[in-house]
Ligand binder design. Structure first.
Ligand code: AMP
Length: 519
């Protein structure tokens, strides 16, 4: 038997692993029968590392050594505003590494972000191996559609550090579409509305039997379930101040506890009209320990948070515009991500798109199922396949989420590959040097949508030497994006034949492999 290839949904809040057995996708449970693992890692004083549910429980008792939401840090430089924001919110230290990428310090050891992510991947690998009873060496891992080149590279690296060959990085919404469209053989236009813990993504796809064509994708990397938790936290802090006269703004521990309570209340509100909560000894006042009592209805929750859902519709409209289709042309909206379990989120989505949302597949598992399907396709031994089976293998046509280009005169970015181009792709554009006798040119590569290059993400730079000096050199710049969405750039002077390829520098984690000491 061929070794199974697993599909991993490496999520911001939770991770899920799946595999296809006898043509049917299976979401793999852990030893306690749970299919969803919190993407949390906790370091113990004795050197052990815990991942998943037990780690999440430690967020409250040991926030200094428990890492969550690490996906928000992946592929970002230390100076990135999102990292700076994370530093302000994180109880554990995040410092600048020598390579300008962040390091997370736990018990005096500094870890790169891919190393922490690798601990989660390794746990998913271990769950799969226990379930399947055989070693697993290959995987497909999903990423948000709007992940840039660094983020994709570092996710792939996380898989490799965990001891897996990553056969493909696929976009989460494409995976969800695959889970929905697998064996369905219909012709329709669908929207994947993916509202997770930390990010929102919308993708418009056209399904035509086995062809899955992404028409457009748009997203917001700082819009998710956590925004609802924070809203509830703010509301609870005001309520506590009202009840007790005590301001908790500087009480880090009480804030952590209240935030956890906020998430719990939010989740309970998905099943109940009203939720009452109590925290014993939340803080200590002049007269000793103080409890906190709190109650909120579904309507009250909706009133306080519907603007967060409205923000997702702005992103949806952007994606529809990019795809050149109208809302009513969408045949089905597939809900993905834990936040779509909130009843008023579903209602508002249905109202916005004017059709009922598809709920057959568990929104927490749908991405992993798609990853598992893609994994089984890539892992197939094609010699053994009948031509009929090959015909049925879905074909994914994904798109690149952000434009790619180079810096030109006046600080402008000249685009070589436009956003939403179908991948894999290779495009060449020609540029002339600023003046004759210039024998070298610095080529700076950027990713993003601003005309002003400096407002976009700089992926790397390289120098092309040996240019023709008799006249202004004509340089062909070629961008290549592979099926993982990972970028390579080449530059060539057509006259002298001088050629150079960009080395997009990667946070390599000193070649360490991530073992979880508890295993
Ligand atoms: P994901 O990133 O897709 O794993 O989604 C995680 C987010 O979904 C977190 O913010 C959770 O608090 C939230 N979530 C999970 N289950 C529920 C639920 N039943 N109701 C509301 N939110 C939920």
């Amino acid at each position: 038997m061929k070794a199974p290839v697993i599909g991993i949904d490496l999520g911001t809040s939770n991770s899920v692993v799946s595999v296809v057995i006898d043509g049917e996708p299976v979401v793999i449970p852990d030893e306690t029968n749970r299919t969803i693992q919190p993407s949390a890692v906790s370091f113990l004083a004795n050197g052990k590392i815990i991942v998943g549910y037990k780690a999440k429980e430690r967020l409250l008792i040991d926030p200094l050594h428990t890492i969550s939401y690490v996906k928000r840090l992946i592929g970002r430089r230390f100076d990135d505003p999102d990292i700076q924001k994370a530093i302000r919110l994180s109880p554990y230290p995040i410092v600048r590494g020598e390579d300008d990428f962040p390091r997370i310090i736990c018990y005096d050891i500094d870890y790169t972000v891919p190393e922490i992510s690798a601990m989660i991947v390794r746990r998913m690998k271990q769950i799969a191996e226990k379930f399947l009873g055989v070693p697993v060496e290959q995987a497909v891992i999903t990423v948000p559609a709007n992940f840039n080149d660094f983020q994709r590279n570092e996710t792939k690296l996380a898989g490799e550090l965990a001891g897996l060959e990553v056969l493909r990085i696929i976009n989460e919404p494409t995976a969800a579409a695959l889970a929905y469209g697998y064996k369905r053989g219909e012709k329709m236009t669908i929207a994947i509305y993916d509202f997770g813990g930390g990010t929102f993504d919308i993708t418009i796809l056209r399904l035509n039997n086995t062809l899955f064509e992404v028409l457009s994708t748009a997203g917001d990397t700082f819009l998710g379930g956590e925004d609802f938790d924070r809203r509830l936290l703010e509301y609870m802090m005001v309520a506590f101040k009202h009840q007790s006269g005590v301001d908790l703004s500087n009480d880090k521990m009480a804030i952590q506890r209240m935030k956890a309570l906020g998430e719990k209340v939010k989740i309970e509100l998905s099943d109940r009209k009203r939720v009452k909560a109590q925290v014993k000894e939340l803080t200590t006042g002049a007269d000793g320990p103080m409890d906190f009592n709190f109650s909120i209805t579904q309507e009250g929750f909706r009133e306080r948070c519907s603007d967060i859902v409205e923000r997702t519709f702005e992103v949806c409209d952007e994606a529809l515009g990019l795809a050149g289709i109208r809302k009513r042309e969408i045949d089905c909206v597939i809900l993905v991500g834990g936040t779509t379990r909130i009843p008023f989120v579903r209602e508002m989505v249905e109202l916005h798109f004017g059709n009922s949302a598809f709920r057959e597949i568990n929104p927490d598992e749908v991405v992993a199922i798609g990853a598992g399907i893609q994994a089984s396709i890539l892992g197939r031994d094609f010699d053994e396949e009948s031509s009929e089976q090959l015909m049925q293998a879905p074909l994914l046509l994904d798109v690149t989420p952000q434009s790619l280009g180079i810096l030109t005169v006046g600080g402008m970015m000249d685009v070589v590959i436009t956003r939403n181009s179908v991948i894999p792709t290779e495009q060449t554009r020609y540029f002339t040097t600023a003046y004759a006798s210039q024998d070298r040119a610095l080529i700076e590569v950027f990713q993003g949508e601003s005309r002003n290059a400096r407002e976009n993400l700089k992926l790397g730079e390289f120098e092309l030497n040996g240019l023709s000096v008799d006249e202004r050199a004509k340089i062909g710049i070629t961008f290549e994006i592979d099926t993982n969405g990972i970028v390579k750039v080449r530059a060539k002077d057509d006259v002298t034949g001088a050629e150079q390829q960009v080395q997009i520098r990667l946070n390599t984690s000193d070649g360490r492999t991530i073992e979880n000491p508890w295993m």
